[in-house]
Design a protein. Structure first.
Length: 352
């Protein structure tokens, strides 16, 4: 089995964070979302990974390289514009060949992996298998309608009156039958080739399409609140590892990772917390569910339930909570504070 990972989107919902880096490379629990995706794929035994890239190809290639660091081989497939998920399959035809493959959105986090779904796809023959999850409000998602045996009978994109509560997660398993489908469906009203249309084409053509209900943690990281939820969930799984320098005046409690090259001075760290390589934390209190990126500088600050992207700095600010600081940004007594919206967490600092 091969994998096709989609990283061509522009990440408009995450601006200003996505002005300086692609959304797939925004770190949660200290590692880019895309790395979590690749690790899930390697758990399946997938070695051949195609990555659809757009304007951020160079940044993505810098992280994944040729894939050898992850025990895989990565092929980069350029997409000139975000023209839909089915278009991604269309342009990856040469890479995919006649192999079965898993299509995985590069900003999707499933903390428990997808091994069980892959086993079902292998055990029960079908042209496609979708990962779905029951949600309270399906109107913002593609929605699957199924029969009693789990066969998909209909797919509807963002229905105003959903017939089921089964939202389609950003992971799909396909046989080579999907290639005829993506070639057959025309662009939608928004000018994109929709994967839901291609899957519906398979159903209408008599192919068997099945769904597996995923009950574990799932989020796509397209919004600030989702990033923070993913960060909390993934940090809950970290184990204590002190590779950097912690002085005798500091107190470390719980599951805390201090990477090599990081320095903690006269500070209290209450896990789960991640402190990246080269970061310096001084005279501060870092509370649970905080991830401090590589090269960050934190001084005389109080931070909890937050993400500091690499190179961010916080000085003499207490009460930073449920916030994401952009790469190379600065928060201090004179720094601006901006709320993205009244019902969303705060983003503090200025985008690089």
């Amino acid at each position: 089995m091969k994998a096709l990972v989609l990283c061509g989107g522009s990440g408009t919902r995450l601006r200003p964070l996505s002005h300086s880096m692609p959304k797939q490379l925004i770190p949660v629990a200290g590692r880019p979302v895309l790395v979590h995706v690749v690790e899930n794929l390697r758990e399946l035994g997938v070695e051949e990974i195609g990555v659809i890239v757009g304007d951020w190809r160079e940044a993505i290639e810098e992280v994944l390289g040729d894939g050898s660091a992850y025990g895989a081989r990565v092929t980069y497939i350029p997409q000139e514009a975000p023209l839909g998920l089915a278009h991604c399959v269309l342009i990856a035809r040469e890479f995919l060949g006649e192999d079965d493959f898993v299509l995985y959105l590069g900003d999707t986090v499933l903390t428990e992996g997808i091994t069980a779904v892959a086993e079902e796809f292998a055990a029960v023959p079908s042209a496609a298998r979708l990962v779905v999850q029951k949600v309270a409000d399906p109107r913002a998602f593609g929605v699957a309608e199924t029969d009693a045996d789990g066969r998909v009978t209909r797919l509807v994109e963002k229905p105003s009156e959903p017939a089921t509560d089964l939202a389609v997660v950003g992971v799909y398993f396909f046989t080579a039958a999907i290639h005829e489908a993506v070639a057959a469906v025309p662009p939608s009203a928004r000018g994109e080739r929709e994967i839901t249309d291609a899957i519906q084409w398979l159903v209408d053509a008599g192919h068997e399409v099945r769904a597996t209900v995923h009950s574990g943690f799932w989020r796509d990281t397209g919004r600030i609140g989702d990033l923070l939820e993913c960060n909390r969930e993934l940090l809950n799984g970290v184990r204590r590892r002190i590779g950097g320098r912690v002085d005798g005046a500091s107190e470390i409690t719980g599951e805390v990772v201090v990477e090599e090259g990081a320095v903690v001075v006269r500070s209290r760290i209450t896990g789960p917390v991640f402190i990246g390589a080269g970061a310096v934390v001084r005279d501060s209190h870092i509370g649970p569910h905080t991830a401090i990126g590589a090269g960050c500088a934190v001084e005389a600050a109080g931070i909890t339930d937050s993400i500091l992207l690499p190179g961010a700095g916080v000085r003499r600010v207490g009460g930073v909570h449920a916030s994401v600081l952009a790469r190379e940004s600065a928060a201090g007594p004179a720094a601006p504070r901006l709320r993205l919206a009244a019902d969303r967490p705060a983003w503090v600092g200025a985008a690089a």
